[in-house]
Design a protein around this ligand. Structure first.
Ligand code: MN
Length: 730
């Protein structure tokens, strides 16, 4: 252990020395940068690049890096990485200025004023990208990559950030241990895969190997040594193979370069670790690359190569016809080599090779000299170029998916207060977010904060926001939410919760109503015979007791009618629904069911009554013998229930009387005096007279109950002019 620790620190010392070496930490002076840029950019742009350098130098004056070099060496190094990629002037300027807003007193508006809004935007976006790591969660590297894209909008933001990271990685070894580990891990998780997605193979390789070296100085040094030794042993055989293939290809009149290629350290290490392979197993293959001049030559060279060594039949890949999602194109084939060691051959054109190394950066070779509209982003150009490249390729869904998801996302990425990232479809609301976090959070959500400010629950979320859902234990979803949630999860959860709430409320009420009715027979639902209960439930067409209780709660059955069925054998007298009236007119206090009186027969308190449940009118009470009952009985005999009056209400009832009387002018005053005597009143009076002799009178009277009505009828009958009086059914 001791020895390992000692050698580890030896390698660390080496790493640190290399990181602070001028060639790595401060590789470029401004003159060198400007000269390199002048090779592909017009003069006015080069002048602006120098101006940007002067601006950055003034802003960073007095600042130094961990390596001991003046701070300006860093933006300069970042800019020269992008010049090597031959990117446009705005990208280079943004690279020179990428740390001024964050780390100096210069403001974004000053940057915009001096170098234009486009550069201002790039600098701002790169600064923001730097901040999202602060809430980065390990398991979400994938999401974070997406987020970087979504926030970037312009691929140049990602390119500047990538170059920034690359230079920071090159000088990483000078940082304290903890910071070094964190940044190296982050690079492996986020930036290297991002570089791969963008087809920037060279950058990816360098980022991975730098991370590997900084995380595991000893292991990486071991792998490097082993690789060097191995290559040395293989040198002679590799040269023999290379020469043989080159000779054959040239012999077929194909202009080509053939050379061996090396695996990078981290890929060897990862294969050993992940696939549990030995170093020898991984290295037991020769890698060759053949660079030709045209697509045609690719296929011709392939034929030649297959003539030199026999190919493995199942190891051939045509990425020329069907490029990889990041635009990579090449022919891959594996041959049986000498001593049965396989030879992996990649055949491609110079342009394809360039793309394979630099990916998106190579597709952005426009010089910013005014081609195309300025609003057209670099990524869109890239998309078009790559689409152009693979015009003939068919049905590569992965490719389409890549652009949809990564460059033009219809998704938003938001943070939870803990820094977890959630991916939601764009247009999502805080309620969608709440349900994405957890169904319970959604169901109890009452309000939300977006970036610490209270916001309405129907706000459209935007990428990068931090959403904090405020919940309350007793809260429940509002039907209103259905108007703006867009995720299926939220929608179905809200519906389910609403249904469940309604149902549980209905069951609770139904249970209460049934128990109240059962209490008349001094019993309780718990005391009922289970088999009988089940029979009644089935008999009424329900599948479970809960379904029946819910139906009672919704007013589809009366508790009393059900109790009646349940107790029929026990208590023969228990056969009528109590119609109890209190001051809140029409509500039976006992059953909490709306009671209404059928207008056809106008029952009054004391009449023998029956009732049935109507969905609109609750429990509708009819007088026994009402002609309409015949119809109702036919329709649903089950629904018709005997009812009985309970208590004496402080309420008046309407009753209809039909009279036949002599057409006597005194009749009206006679009626009036009878009413007074009995204490009733006339509500309406309709007189129809056929002739002078006889009148037919429809009279609506208001009485307190049957006894009073009967008294009234007797008195009316006693009036001399009245021939007949009877209660009417309408
Ligand atoms: Mn930087």
């Amino acid at each position: 252990m001791q020895a390992a620790a000692t050698s580890e620190s030896y390698f660390q010392t080496q790493l640190r020395a290399r990181a602070s070496n001028d060639a790595v930490a401060a590789p470029s002076g401004i003159d060198h940068l400007v000269n390199a840029a002048a090779k592909y950019l017009p003069k006015p742009q080069v002048t602006r690049i120098r101006k940007a350098y002067e601006f950055a130098q003034a802003a960073h004056a007095g600042q130094a890096r961990f390596t001991g070099h003046p701070y300006i060496t860093h933006p300069l190094a970042v800019a020269s990485i992008l010049v090597e990629m031959r990117l446009d002037d705005k990208c280079i300027i943004a690279a020179l200025l990428h740390d001024v807003v964050e780390d100096t007193s210069a403001t974004q508006s000053a940057v915009s004023r001096h170098f234009g809004r486009e550069v201002g935007y790039l600098v701002d976006a790169v600064s923001k990208l730097g901040n999202i790591h602060k809430s980065h969660h390990e398991a979400q590297a994938e999401n974070l990559q997406k987020m970087i894209f979504a926030m970037a909008r312009d691929i140049r933001v990602v390119l500047v950030k990538m170059a920034d990271r690359l230079h920071n990685m090159r000088t990483l070894a000078v940082l304290p241990h903890e910071k070094r580990r964190r940044i190296a891990n982050e690079t492996l998780e986020i930036y290297a895969p991002l570089a791969r997605r963008l087809g920037m193979h060279e950058v990816m390789v360098e980022l991975e190997d730098l991370s590997f070296e900084n995380l595991y100085p000893l292991r990486s040094a071991c792998v490097r040594r082993a690789r060097t030794k191995f290559a040395l042993n293989r040198k002679f055989v590799l040269k023999k193979i290379t020469d043989r293939i080159a000779k054959a290809v040239h012999g077929a009149n194909i202009e080509a370069e053939v050379f061996g290629r090396e695996k990078h350290l981290y890929s060897i290490y990862r294969k050993m670790k992940d696939r549990h392979k030995s170093f020898r197993e991984i290295m037991d293959v020769y890698g060759l690359r053949v660079i030709v001049r045209s697509v045609d030559d690719c296929y011709r060279a392939l034929g030649v190569v297959h003539g030199v060594y026999k190919p493995f039949t199942d190891r051939f890949k045509d990425y020329v016809a069907i490029p990889k999602s990041n635009g990579y194109q090449s022919l891959h084939t594996t041959l049986f080599g000498l001593d049965s060691i396989p030879i992996e051959v990649q055949i491609r054109t110079r342009e394809m090779d360039d793309v394979a190394s630099h990916g998106v950066a190579r597709h952005t070779k426009y010089t910013g000299s005014g081609t195309g509209s300025p609003r057209e982003s670099l990524s869109e150009r890239w998309l078009q170029e790559v689409l152009e490249l693979r015009k003939d390729a068919k049905g590569n869904h992965d490719f389409v998916e890549f652009f949809k998801t990564y460059l033009f996302p219809d998704e938003v990425y938001v943070f939870s207060p803990d820094g977890d990232i959630y991916t939601l479809p764009s247009g999502s609301s805080p309620v969608d977010f709440a349900y994405a976090v957890h169904t319970d959070i959604g169901n109890t959500c009452v309000a939300c904060r977006i970036d610490r400010n209270l916001a309405p629950l129907n706000t459209r979320l935007e990428t990068g926001q931090t959403v904090n859902i405020i919940t309350a234990k007793s809260a429940s979803p509002s039907p209103d939410w259905l108007n703006y949630v867009i995720t299926n999860k939220a929608r179905s959860s809200i519906r389910q919760a609403l249904r469940a709430n309604q149902r549980s409320a209905a069951i609770a009420l139904g249970t209460k109503l049934l128990n109240q009715s059962l209490a008349h027979a001094s019993t309780h639902i718990r005391n009922l015979d289970f088999r009988r209960l089940r029979r009644v439930v089935r008999g009424l067409g329900f599948r479970s007791v809960k379904d029946l209780l819910a139906a009672i709660g919704r007013g589809e059955h009366t508790g009393y009618a059900v109790a009646n069925r349940l107790l029929a054998h026990k208590d023969p007298d228990f056969s009528a629904v109590p119609v109890e009236i209190d001051e809140a007119v029409g509500i039976s206090q006992r059953d909490h069911v709306i009671i209404s009186f059928a207008r056809c027969c106008s029952p009054v308190h004391g009449d023998p009554i029956v009732g049935h449940v109507s969905h609109q009118r609750g429990f509708v009470v009819h007088r026994e013998g009402c002609p309409n009952l015949v119809e109702i009985r036919k329709r649903a005999a089950d629904e018709l229930t005997p009812a009985k009056w309970v208590g004496m209400p402080d309420q008046e009832f309407q009753a209809s009387l039909k009279l036949e009387a002599a057409n006597d002018s005194n009749a009206l005053s006679d009626f009036a005096s009878v009413m007074r005597q009995v204490g009733a009143s006339i509500k309406s009076l309709k007189v129809e007279s056929d002739d002078d002799e006889q009148a037919l009178i429809d009279m609506e009277v208001s009485v307190r109950g049957l006894a009073q009505l009967n008294r009234l009828v007797r008195r009316i009958a006693a009036i001399p002019s009245v021939r007949e009086v009877r209660r009417a059914f309408r």
